[in-house]
Write a protein that binds this ligand. Structure first.
Ligand SMILES: *Cc1c(COP(=O)(O)O)cnc(C)c1O
Length: 394
């Protein structure tokens, strides 16, 4: 018999502490391995209804049109833009990182007139500038990234959404990294469209993008003069499968939907508020440890999100060599910087099931060891104590 040149699949083990994917919850991985059902099997259709109900809970919305797009977060991004916009219409993008730039790229490919309000990487958008630009440009859609994974900055949304509503614009938020990690209040904040991704704070592998459309967004969809230019992402066609008609559109990624359902159940059992508190607590412990080591962040404390932390690379340290060493010797993955922050920062994700004290301690210990061997100018021997003190405070 021929000896196979291929080894049996055996990935890892790893601890995923980068900007995503994050470590899935064990119950989610088990759900992926359940027997595949047909996409019109009554049992599977029940699971789909469950997913819609669970997603409404997670997004804090009553929106009827809430479902999962087959594809990663970027597919959800594209789905939101392509469904409500027609060529020539004006879009205002608040851009404070790489993902805001991606939204502008998608809108411009749709033939829209794109107006950008930018903030330097590492800072949130200026609310007043956003309000002024909305008033001056009267866009059909205002789009902002809630949790900018490229910079670690959390953007406050309600004041921008209010300005959008006042001027008659639809408000879209990228909630890929925020959902599950920090509060996302679709209805209370008056967001008309939002999308997320499974592999950040939902403890699930990449592959699906939860989306939600308000009644105003659905009205915009119905008032279109032209067909949605993407057949695959056309929400009205997708609705005929997710809704009561159950008409075949494309074969649903059955096992990924099992995984999402299980991930949303895990989140529900913990409770949204408890999950957010856990992320915040991990963040405080990590930052205390990094501070004790003398490692800072370019992001001001009040602008930081808990689930994605920027760490300044110390003078003289080869940042890529550090990441490679962490991965090879400790099995720990962290991310590098993007855009103007490339080479200057690391990005440490504590997302979903990955947001645990054990991971904070493992990373701090490994980081200290590798940095010390690279002769980096850090304070030694204090990080774990400081992290533990912060974790156990009150
Ligand atoms: C990860 C991410 C995306 C893109 O999601 P993919 O799953 O990589 O397609 C979009 N926006 C933000 C804020 C993200 O963090």
């Amino acid at each position: 018999m021929e000896v196979s040149p291929f080894a049996q699949l055996a990935p890892g083990p790893r601890i995923l502490l980068g900007p995503g994917p994050s470590d899935p919850h064990p119950r989610v991985l088990a759900a992926l391995a359940a027997p595949t059902l047909g996409h019109l099997d009554p049992q599977f259709l029940e699971y789909m209804d469950d997913i819609q109900r669970l997603l409404r809970e997670a997004f804090c919305t009553q929106n009827a049109l809430t479902f999962a797009v087959s594809g990663t977060g970027s597919a959800g991004m594209e789905a939101c833009f392509v469904n409500v916009l027609e060529p020539g219409e004006r879009v205002l993008i608040g851009e404070h990182g790489v993902f805001g730039g991606r939204m502008a790229e998608i809108a411009s490919r749709l033939g829209c007139a794109v107006v950008r309000v930018q903030a330097p990487f590492g800072e949130p958008l200026d609310i007043q500038r956003m309000q002024d630009a909305i008033e001056a440009n009267k866009p059909k859609l205002v789009a902002v990234v809630h949790a900018e994974t490229s910079t670690g900055v959390l953007q406050t949304l309600p004041a921008i959404a209010e300005a959008a509503r006042k001027s008659g614009a639809l408000m879209l938020a990228d909630c890929v990294t925020s959902l599950g990690g920090v509060p996302v209040e679709i209805d209370a904040w008056q967001l008309d469209l939002a999308y997320s991704g499974t592999q950040k704070c939902l403890s699930c592998p990449p592959g699906l993008s939860p989306v939600t459309f308000s009644e105003r967004a659905v009205a915009a969809l119905k008032a279109r003069k032209s067909k949605v230019s993407s057949w695959y992402l056309d929400a009205s066609l997708l609705l005929s499968y997710w809704g009561q008609e159950r008409a075949y559109h494309h074969t649903a990624p059955i096992n990924m939907l099992y995984a999402l359902r299980e991930a949303l159940l895990v989140l529900r059992e913990e409770g949204l508020a408890a999950a957010h508190a856990r992320h915040a607590r991990c963040h405080r412990a990590l930052v205390a440890g990094l501070d004790a080591m003398g490692l800072g962040s370019p992001v001001a404390p009040h602008d930081r999100m808990p689930q994605l932390n920027l760490v300044r690379v110390p003078e003289g340290v080869d940042e890529l060599l550090l990441r490679r060493t962490l991965l090879r010797e400790y099995g720990i993955e962290i991310g590098g910087g993007l855009g103007p922050l490339k080479g200057k920062v690391w990005r440490v994700g504590l997302m979903g099931h990955g947001a645990r004290l054990a991971n904070v301690m493992a990373l701090l210990g490994a980081l200290e060891d590798v940095l010390e061997r690279m002769h980096a100018p850090i304070e030694r021997g204090r990080a774990l104590h400081a992290a533990s003190a912060a974790w156990n405070k009150d």
